[in-house]
Design a protein around this ligand. Structure first.
Ligand code: HEM
Length: 337
């Protein structure tokens, strides 16, 4: 046996011992027998070692005497693909999507300005959302913000926060952030569930939606207000993004929270990529929602603040809904749709 082969054998034993320390006993010789084409014991000769490592790279798995059979896998080559997608296109396109949305909204604000109540405040109000609806909204909203910030820290923290605050505080923030992320997720899921129950009926597409989309929601032309019931087409897009995105995030999140309960290593990697991609897309959408619910539109915040909106605001943005609530004749129509 050459010195190099000895070194290989010692290194492999150390690696196995270190990797699985505290988890149980690793049956090293059985490792070589398990990995398909490699028939040689580890470290017997250079060719045997090469064959063994090749087999490992091709997905070969060793045998361990502990319940966690995953521990027998020394190298999972797809892990490198997962890592490069996560740290490459996923992070890059995600950052572009988030920054792009902020830039678009800033441009929209500069060009269009705040969407005002055309006819001014009427002084009369109408109930838009009751207490339970507002509770569901703020439960979803506050938990989403915590999840978004702690989640973004996992993806971008090391590039943004770490250089700013240093490794110690970054490690503390990240650790508590990760714990918060796991627990707060359940409250978010509850909020989404409440939104499904409370608002699904108002979010089925109807005949007004196409006109709303064709007229760009009236957002680009002053004085143009396409007809709408309780939720317009834009709000329905937001609603379904939150519902479907929320379900996808909850499902993949639970799979990540309980490793290997719902699949193997590749499933976990897939779940992680889906989780991050859906999260970043939803955050970009929510940034636009928060803008329109606060700075972007006069009179909108009250809907989720006090639950009461000004009647002029309501008639301009949701004329069919106001007529339905007030029992008036539908504007432009003699009957309900
Ligand atoms: C924290 C900042 C937020 C503010 C200021 C805000 C504001 C608002 C307002 C004013 C409405 C009522 C719009 C109307 O009367 O037509 C609304 C509705 C809604 N919000 Fe939020 N929201 C926030 C965060 C969120 C988050 C984080 C989510 C979900 C993850 C969310 C999901 C919804 C949904 C699904 C609706 C109903 C559909 C719609 O009206 O667009 N909101 N929000």
């Amino acid at each position: 046996m050459t010195a190099r082969t000895w070194f290989g054998a010692v290194a492999l034993s150390l690696l196995l011992a270190l990797g699985f320390a505290g988890e149980g006993v690793v049956v090293a010789p059985a490792f070589a027998q398990q990995i398909g084409t490699a028939t040689t014991q580890p470290g017997t000769d250079v060719e045997g070692n090469a064959a063994m490592w090749r087999a490992i790279r091709q997905g070969g798995q060793g045998q361990v005497s502990i319940p966690d059979t995953q521990a027998g896998r020394l190298i999972q080559s797809q892990g490198e693909s997962w890592r490069s997608i996560r740290n490459g296109p996923l992070s890059t396109y995600g950052a572009w999507a988030l920054l792009g949305m902020v830039v678009l909204l800033a441009l929209f604000f500069v060009i269009r300005g705040r969407i005002r109540i055309e006819h001014g405040w009427s002084g009369r109000t109408i109930e838009r959302f009751n207490g339970i609806e507002r509770f569901a909204h703020w439960l979803t909203a506050t938990t989403f913000i915590v999840l978004a910030l702690t989640g973004l820290n996992l993806l971008y923290g090391r590039y943004i926060l770490l250089p700013l605050i240093g490794p110690g505080p970054f490690a503390t923030i990240s650790m508590w952030g990760k714990i918060a992320h796991n627990y707060v997720a359940f409250a978010f899921a509850l909020g989404v569930l409440m939104m499904i129950v409370l608002w699904i009926g108002h979010n089925i597409p109807n005949k007004y939606d196409l006109e709303w989309i064709m007229r760009g929601g009236g957002m680009f032309t002053r004085g143009s207000h396409p007809p709408s019931r309780k939720f317009n087409a834009g709000q329905k897009v937001l609603y379904w993004s939150v519902v479907l995105g929320g379900i996808a995030l909850t499902w993949t999140g639970i799979a990540l929270m309980f490793p290997f309960e719902f699949g193997g290593m590749r499933d976990m990697q897939f779940m992680q990529l889906v989780h991050a991609a859906v999260a970043v897309a939803l955050i970009a959408i929510i940034v636009a929602h928060v803008y329109i619910g606060t700075l972007g539109m006069e009179g909108a915040f009250d809907a989720m603040g006090t639950g009461m909106v000004d009647e002029n605001w309501a008639r301009e943005h949701h004329n069919i809904w106001v007529a339905e609530v007030r029992g008036e004749r539908l504007p432009g129509h003699g009957h309900d749709d």
